[in-house]
Design a binder for this molecule. Structure first.
Ligand SMILES: Nc1ncnc2c1ncn2[C@@H]1O[C@H](COP(=O)(O)OP(=O)(O)OP(=O)(O)O)[C@@H](O)[C@H]1O
Length: 611
């Protein structure tokens, strides 16, 4: 089954079959803002009944830029209480000509899971121990914060979306979803921090999809520009693989809702992406570089954007990406804060980045689930003192022990982080030579190679993946049981994201770090983080921590107190100067230590591996 753009390229007939498909349905795509213009022939059309996930579909298994994906018409009616569609009047019916035809070809994204991961079968979201997340502190601040919900049933997301939530086997919302979804549905801007693997993707996708469904019949129409795409929602993420993943998730959530999701990222042929865009787009998931390219070619306009989501928002606003993000958000045609709704999500949110982010937000709610930048208690963290020269043999010992313990490869993937691309290649090679099937992912590999490596790892074919930081954020790979920091990062937040590739969605995981003198600057924040997560801190690490300077990393501060999930608007320094940053705070579930916040500056970032 094809699972990527490269596969879809292979599958596409040389005579431009994909283009032919897209041309066939391009003319029939009706953007959300035209959907309230019933034509005489269409106003009486009945809603199309739900055809279930087994719709006739010749594209199953395709998870790259969706070709032939389109959507049903009838489900939005459920939200109108029996009337003629959300917003009334049978607006959706105007799509029946094109979308009905297209609907039959809508790839079934749920089927993909089974096809692409035969080794594991259906993704197991049932039986997840979300109780593990129940006790963590939640803090919200801002004016008039909408209250959280306890169940999906309490939120009016619409029947089509609810059906997809059930298909995903999500039984109840995770804590970040319980808080973030009502806040977003109320139209509020949001800066949300929640631990890795705690369901942030759905937390921003659900309200966006629901909002597009609800509001598709109101608002201005986009100008008539045939080759220009006018998405209403933009989701930006820092890496190609993460954008692909968000697109796959969003397609599941949007299945048969009528909301069309398209992805655009670097390293893949732009022509395919252009064709997808021409067929119409409601939600555009993109990496910044490729989006800038599309904007410069005048193939995408942001003037209809109602929803802007930045995943890994702190990464998107750090020095590597900030200029591009400012360009996209502030210097093109995107509506300003207050007109659009902006949602920022990450597991880490340094104060200086919060401050920058405030430029993109209007009257926003700050939400912290668990301490900002904390790791989850589900991950057992170990730190071992290993000299540079001993690292390979030490890794080998770990892998042999893993084998000896009878941990089967397919149930226990191991992700090994290294500092450099060369280092990744060379370690991959060495592991293979020594009988451990491994692959690697980093910025010097072609996009095809990157996607192939990820697939091979996910399927258990090569149960060891050697990676640079390109794989540190966001990737949700089931069965990653062990993350090894062969080379520790310089920044503690990078460590948090890396180890967060295991211990996801209520499951447990193991993270082992190789530490030596080269990592001295990380000793203190690492020891603090481990203590915070109730992990055993080795005495030697505490000694390193006591010795090390505190300047280079962001954790802590003069007080040496617990770093906390704090809205930077709460800092006294931000309250003066007539700036009414700070709204009424609500501690929903206990508060945070009073001191803390991040210390030193935001260090230089490596951009080469990122998009
Ligand atoms: N309500 C839910 N019930 C069950 N599983 C869920 C629920 N919400 C999300 N999940 C699953 O939890 C996993 C982690 O979700 P997601 O990738 O959105 O985490 P995240 O918070 O964005 O992590 P990261 O910080 O690493 O980006 C996914 O496999 C997702 O399908």
């Amino acid at each position: 089954m094809p699972t990527s753009w490269s596969d879809s390229m292979e599958k596409a007939p040389a005579n431009g079959g994909i283009g032919a498909t897209s041309r066939a349905s391009r003319s029939t795509y009706v953007p959300p803002h035209l959907r309230n213009r019933p034509s005489s022939a269409e106003t009486s059309a009945a809603p199309v009944p739900h055809a279930g996930p087994a719709l006739g579909n010749d594209m199953q298994g395709h998870v790259g830029p969706a070709v032939g994906g389109s959507h049903s018409v009838g489900h939005r009616r459920d939200r109108s209480g029996g009337g003629g569609g959300r917003g009334g009047g049978g607006g959706w019916n105007n799509r029946s000509g094109g979308w009905d035809r297209g609907r039959e070809r809508e790839a079934n994204p749920f089927q993909d899971d089974v096809d692409t991961e035969p080794a594991f079968g259906v993704q197991e979201n049932t039986g997840i121990n979300f109780d593990a997340y129940e006790d963590i502190p939640v803090e919200t601040s801002g004016k008039n914060v909408p209250p959280p919900v306890n169940t999906f049933a309490e939120i009016d997301l619409g029947e089509a979306l609810n059906l997809n939530i059930r298909r995903c086997k999500y039984v109840k919302p995770t804590p970040v979803q319980r808080h973030a979804i009502p806040i977003s549905l109320a139209g509020r801007d949001l800066m949300a921090c929640a631990q890795t693997g705690s369901g942030k993707t759905a937390a921003f996708c659900f309200p966006i999809i629901s909002g597009i469904m609800t509001n598709s019949q109101s608002g201005p129409r986009p100008p008539r520009m045939p080759r220009m795409a006018f998405p209403v929602a933009l989701i930006l993420s820092p890496t190609r693989e993460l954008s692909i993943q968000i697109h796959e998730e969003a397609r599941k959530f949007a299945y048969q809702t009528g909301v069309r999701v398209v992805v655009a990222y670097g390293g893949a042929p732009i022509n395919l992406q252009l064709r997808e865009l021409e067929r119409g787009v409601d939600i555009l998931v993109a990496t910044p570089g490729r989006l800038v390219d599309l904007l410069e070619r005048a193939r995408v306009s942001l003037q209809m954007i109602k929803y802007l989501a930045l995943d890994e928002a702190d990464r998107m606003l750090d020095m590597g990406f900030e200029p591009q993000i400012r360009r996209i958000v502030q210097q093109m045609d995107m509506p300003p804060p207050g007109v659009r709704q902006t949602l920022l999500f990450s597991a880490t949110f340094p104060k200086e980045i919060q401050r920058l982010a405030a430029d993109f937000l209007s009257n926003y709610v700050f939400l912290a689930v668990g301490r900002v930048g904390s790791s989850t208690d589900l991950i057992v963290q170990r730190v071992e003192y290993v000299l540079e020269t001993d690292k390979r043999s030490h890794l080998m010992d770990l892998l042999h022990a893993q084998r000896a313990n009878g941990v089967q490869a397919k149930q226990a993937l191991t992700l090994v982080f290294v500092e450099t691309k060369k280092g990744a290649d060379s370690l991959e090679n060495w592991l293979c030579i020594n009988g451990f099937p491994a692959t690697s992912i980093h910025g010097d590999r072609t996009q095809q190679e990157r996607e192939y490596a990820l697939r091979s790892f996910k399927s258990g074919k090569t149960p060891i993946l050697v990676a640079t930081d390109v794989a540190a954020r966001g990737l949700d790979i089931p069965h990653v049981a062990h993350v090894v920091n062969f080379d520790l990062p310089n920044d503690i937040d990078d460590y948090v994201h890396r180890i967060g590739r295991t211990g996801r969605a209520g499951k447990s995981g193991l993270a082992t770090a190789f530490f030596n003198e080269n990592n001295s600057s990380l000793a203190r924040p690492l020891a603090d983080l481990m203590q915070e997560a109730n992990q055993e801190v080795p005495a030697w690490l505490s000694r390193f921590a006591a010795r090390s300077s505190y300047g280079r990393n962001r954790r802590g501060g003069g007080s040496g107190g617990r770093f906390g999930g704090r809205d930077f608007r709460r800092d006294s320094s931000n309250r003066g100067g007539g700036m009414d940053y700070y709204g009424s705070g609500n501690n929903v579930n206990g508060g945070y230590g009073a001191s803390g916040g991040y210390g030193g500056g935001y260090g230089p970032t490596v951009t080469s591996a990122w998009d």
